[in-house]
Design a protein around this ligand. Structure first.
Ligand code: SF4
Ligand code: SF4
Length: 140
């Protein structure tokens, strides 16, 4: 029988804790029925109707040229191309999975067809998501 030392046990516990903190932005799948229920619920104005342009400054304190916490340089005032022309979409850079505002993603909570799901391509830690939220809303 292998008996683990305290160091090994603590390391395993720490890894489990870190894994629990891994979370991700939300994405809208093509099952969306374009009901529009999610858009007004987003505290970061990260949700847009299909074919609509979007901006970093919409619903945030961001303005002008700036560097995002992820290192990307953007112009917050600049109009950006829609991510989808067909269905409502979520801007990953603006989605914090509602961290800093709510206990759970509000879009997923109101969606009648459960098509707001974790985005496997945008995995971020809770700390990173909270950092994004503070960056977009420094005044609370
Ligand atoms: S999870 Fe929250 S922040 Fe992200 S798109 Fe949905 S409502 Fe907006
Ligand atoms: S609530 Fe769901 S079905 Fe309605 S627009 Fe948003 S993602 Fe689409």
């Amino acid at each position: 029988m292998v008996i683990k030392g305290f160091g090994s046990i603590f390391a395993t516990a720490k890894l489990r804790k870190q894994k629990r903190k891994i979370t991700m932005a939300i994405i809208i799948t093509d099952e969306c029925i374009n009901c529009g229920a999610c858009e007004p619920e987003c505290p970061n104005t990260a949700i847009y109707e299909g074919a609509d342009d979007w901006r970093y400054k919409d619903g945030t304190s961001l303005e002008g040229s700036l560097v995002l916490p992820n290192g990307k340089t953007v112009d917050a005032d600049e109009t950006q191309e829609p991510i989808s022309d067909e269905i409502y979409y979520i801007v990953p850079d603006k989605c914090t999975e509602c961290k800093g505002f709510h206990e759970e993603p509000q879009c997923a909570a109101v969606c009648p067809v459960d098509c707001c799901v974790p985005d496997e391509d945008h995995v971020e830690t809770e700390d990173v998501l909270l950092g994004k939220q503070r960056f977009m809303h420094p005044d609370g």
